[in-house]
Ligand binder design. Sequence first.
Ligand SMILES: NC(=O)C1=CN([C@@H]2O[C@H](COP(=O)(O)OP(=O)(O)OC[C@H]3O[C@@H](n4cnc5c(N)ncnc54)[C@H](O)[C@@H]3O)[C@@H](O)[C@H]2O)C=CC1
Ligand SMILES: NCC(=O)COP(=O)(O)O
Length: 322
Amino acid sequence: MRPRLALVPGEPAGIGPELVVRAAQREWPAHLVVYGDAATLRRAAARLGLPLALHAPGQPAATPRSLEIIDIPHPVTATFGTPVPANAASVVEALTRAAHACLAGQCDGLVTGPVHKAVINQAGIPFTGTTDLLAALTGCEVVMMLANPHMRVALQTVHLPLRAVPDAITPDALARSLRIVETALRTQFGIAAPVIAVLGLNPHAGEDGHLGREELDILIPTLAQLRAAGMRLVGPLPADTAFLPDKLRGFDAVLAMYHDQGLPVLKHADFAHAVNITLGLPFPRVAVDHGTALDVAGQGIADPSSLFAAIDTCARLARQRA
Ligand SMILES: NC(=O)C1=CN([C@@H]2O[C@H](COP(=O)(O)OP(=O)(O)OC[C@H]3O[C@@H](n4cnc5c(N)ncnc54)[C@H](O)[C@@H]3O)[C@@H](O)[C@H]2O)C=CC1
Ligand SMILES: NCC(=O)COP(=O)(O)O
């Protein structure tokens, strides 16, 4: 099966468009359908000095590598490096239409480039990330998990101010995330009896309550309940040593309590080949691990490896699902 994947470049002033142009130079084990602005892609291709063929749905492809495109024009011509709120609605529209195409079975999976959360919020659109948008559009409970060849790191809380994190870690929320991660590891990643390490929230996983009580009051009892139901869980572990290579080898995934507890370790280990997978959706969604990289946008030096890994991963997950 050659899956049909919706591909959304993301913020037009960022590196997403040029990464899509780089992807258009290759053969993929998937049929790519871009949901985005054709004019922005053409300008990115001109900047890079690379060929780019695009064709509308139902039209013949002029070359074997021509990308099918659902053209969703941005109202303002983007300047690479400088995002503007005026284009935010069309960025979100592209994500929304691509998600609906997956829900309707017109596409088998969704690959997304980076979006700029602040500029979308500046446009007056409440937005905490594509993951949350997809959860709202599908009505599903989801978990964000980043993965590279060295580790998988899922997040209990994501785009939340640090001050709000402890209150968001409830027994129900923790159990829900662990069930979603465990199910995905079994069904999407083919791991029959996955082992998940759960990090503590506090230094030294609370030091028996002397450095915080969340481990004693929430994490330990919730993990005990889930273990009794058959899940293979390790922890709560002190986060500072949980990623030591010998320990990490024993885990199929790590659940971090907050964004910057887990992601710096994963990105340090291998930024280029990491991807961001949304677990819990009715279709595969894989994103790049990096952001809009405005400081290098339009210069032709952005590394496409994460987008390439995202396309490959999404194609594999879509084939497996089929
Ligand atoms: N998947 C997504 O939609 C994501 C979006 N973001 C958003 O991106 C915006 C910028 O975030 P930052 O924290 O600055 O992170 P960033 O990942 O955009 O940039 C961090 C540094 O890494 C470099 N970099 C990132 N990707 C690169 C690539 N492919 N090739 C070469 N260099 C690369 C950048 O030039 C910069 O120096 C924020 O609005 C953030 O919310 C951040 C992470 C993921
Ligand atoms: N740090 C991950 C990130 O910002 C990507 O979030 P999302 O847009 O995929 O929800």
